[in-house]
Design a protein. Structure first.
Length: 94
């Protein structure tokens, strides 16, 4: 049996929606620290900019806009070929 990895999400592609709360920051940084390649889509703001500086790929979009969200998903799929993990943390109601 192999010992547990320090990075169980190493190389996994994660897409998080949100980006405006401390919880979003914690989720994004936590997944990145566990080895995930993190993409975060949410409204423009200081937290999104902070995470961009941490090596997390950020996208300033209106997350309630289906066309904008689909554009980001298509962009990630074109680059990586897939998304392994989706975390819907955006606090919207559509």
């Amino acid at each position: 049996m192999n010992p547990p990895s320090d990075q169980p999400f190493k190389g996994k592609i994660a897409l998080l929606t949100g980006g405006t709360s401390p919880l979003d920051v914690a989720l994004a940084l936590g997944l990145a620290n566990l080895g995930a390649i993190v993409h975060l889509a949410g409204p423009s703001g200081p937290l999104l900019e902070q995470l961009s500086g941490e090596g997390i790929r950020t996208y300033a979009i209106d997350i309630s806009s289906r066309p904008e969200f689909v554009r980001i998903v298509d962009r990630i799929n074109a680059y990586h070929g897939h998304i392994d993990l989706l975390v819907n943390a955006a606090g919207i109601n559509v």
